[in-house]
Design a protein around this ligand. Structure first.
Ligand code: SAH
Ligand code: SF4
Ligand code: F3S
Length: 467
């Protein structure tokens, strides 16, 4: 254990003493990606150790945490809406308001908060998350507003308490930051440079999760296949690359499924493809962010691959792993995107036939090169292209769903369906949701289901009896 974590654990104990017998509650809202979600699990872990219990009701919270995202404008707008709501609650019951996450690394946002929403109590950034107990303690004792934001890359702090949101599937962050500077993207500015965790810490965390009964692990990073390729890589471990990490995680007893997000197509080396092929637990659906199908636009996005290279990679992976399928991220309306460029995107979508496509309308981010480009695409064209892409994707998904009907799928049962409490819900290896009738004892197990019907965003199945 290092000194920093010891100091924070001391603050946790001090706050716990102050809070004793008060029955205090906290509310946390996660606004970003799975990395942001995993950070929220750590924030919750710290807070619960300080004696707060979780509430889903903002009105009864004594401590509110907003864990923000700034990847697109709508993510930012959400925070301002929520702050308006929480202001009244603070006036009533003196709620402490803490705002953390990626958006707090943006100077113009912090300025805006100070000017228009000065009632917040603590703001903390992505590099100071582990210092939350100290910041909260200072707020409670000195009753002054805290701004704890660092511009330099934070160290990786191991040993923070964590409260996980699920007890079957767990996310494990293997690296922080990004070095790629795609010209549309704010992430490298708010998360800093790539820093890999020590493989030993990653393996120990997963072994511990397996012991606790977790069945599925998602390895997280902004660019997972450059794990141990940049920053400090001088670890005393026999694991020296992402592919070796996959092979080691595959050996951990109890873990049944391994997923990872996101790899970058430019770093998808053969050793990673071979590891996916050889490791039975690694799911054979790969999230391979395309962003655009036009070589010209990809160049201007600084993605470092062409349309042909992307398609060749998909082809190569299909040859090596015939059952593989893909999901992707696509941005429409990046500056300079012509109708022809957009047709190239549609062309790749048709050729690859993705299982799932996460589609985004380009959103200008302050401080990125994309924001300064002159040839911005008008809003109505962006929306019109988005709708066309969505139509194509949906028609492909419903067509793809047909191929599941009548097949037997291995499904990890995750719990009771949120939309119909008589049904259980789970996911196939390819991440498709399947609902079916079954007893609650099956939750947490992998079962074989015969798929009986498809409903666009989910499938229905029935337990398959081999006899
Ligand atoms: N590191 C990951 C994910 C980054 S953020 C990756 O490289 O895939 C998730 C997705 O948000 C990106 O893949 C991209 O499709 C989208 N995105 C990022 N910046 C955006 C912007 N300015 N406007 C619209 N979509 C954006
Ligand atoms: Fe953003 Fe590109 Fe880094 Fe992904 S790889 S986080 S899109 S800069
Ligand atoms: Fe994730 Fe949003 Fe930050 S996508 S890394 S929470 S900007």
């Amino acid at each position: 254990m290092n000194l920093k974590i010891d100091t924070e654990l001391d603050y946790i104990v001090k706050i716990k003493k102050i809070n004793e017998g008060k029955n205090l509650k906290y509310f946390i809202l996660t606004m970003g990606c799975q990395l942001n979600e995993n950070d929220s699990e750590k924030i919750s872990g710290m807070i619960e150790n300080m004696g707060y219990t979780k509430t889903e009701n903002l009105e009864e919270a004594d401590l509110v945490v907003f864990n923000t995202c700034c990847v697109r404008e709508n993510a930012e707008d959400r925070l301002f809406g929520k702050l308006g709501e929480v202001k009244k609650i603070k006036e009533k019951r003196g709620t402490i308001i803490a705002i953390g996450g990626c958006m707090m690394q943006e100077k113009h946002i912090v300025e805006k908060l100070k000017q228009s929403y000065p009632f917040f109590d603590i703001i903390f950034g992505t590099h100071t998350l582990h210092k939350f107990p100290e910041d909260l303690y200072t707020k409670i004792i000195d009753n002054k507003r805290i701004e704890d934001i660092l511009d330099i890359d934070g160290e990786i702090i191991e040993g923070l308490p964590i409260t996980r949101n699920d007890n079957i599937k767990a996310s494990v962050t293997i690296m922080n930051g990004c070095n790629n500077f795609c010209t549309y993207c704010i992430v490298p500015y708010v998360r800093g440079r790539e820093r890999s965790r020590n493989p030993k810490d990653v393996i120990n965390e997963i072994k511990e999760l397996a012991k606790q009964g977790y069945k599925e692990i998602t390895l997280l990073g902004q660019n997972v296949n450059s794990y141990l390729r940049s920053g400090n890589t001088d670890f005393d471990s026999n694991i020296k690359s992402f592919s070796e990490l996959l092979r080691e995680v595959n050996k951990i007893n109890g873990i049944e499924r391994i997923r990872f997000i996101s790899p970058h197509p430019k770093d998808f080396t053969d050793d990673v493809i071979e590891a996916i092929r050889d490791c039975d637990k690694v799911c054979k659906i790969i999230h391979l962010p395309l962003q655009s199908g036009s070589t010209q636009i990809l160049k201007s996005m600084n993605r470092k691959y062409t349309k042909e290279q992307y398609l060749n990679l998909v082809e190569k992976m299909r040859k090596m792993i015939p059952e593989i399928s893909f999901s992707t991220d696509i941005i429409v309306g990046f500056p300079g995107e012509t109708e022809e460029d957009f047709e190239d995107t549609l062309d790749v979508v048709r050729k690859v036939n993705f299982e799932q496509v996460y589609m985004f309308i380009y959103s200008r981010r302050v401080g990125t090169p994309g924001d300064k480009m002159e040839n911005q695409v008008p809003e109505e064209i962006k929306h019109e292209r988005f709708d066309r892409l969505k139509q194509l994707v949906e028609s492909q998904i419903s067509e793809n769903n047909q191929k599941y009907i009548g097949t037997i799928q291995k499904v990890l049962v995750e719990g009771i369906s949120k939309t119909n409490n008589e049904l259980l819900t789970g996911r196939t290896d390819s991440n498709k949701v399947v609902n079916f009738f079954g007893s609650e004892e099956l939750i947490g197990n992998v079962v074989e289901l015969k798929i009986t019907s498809e409903h666009m965003w989910y499938l229905k199945g029935e337990l398959f009896d081999k006899c």
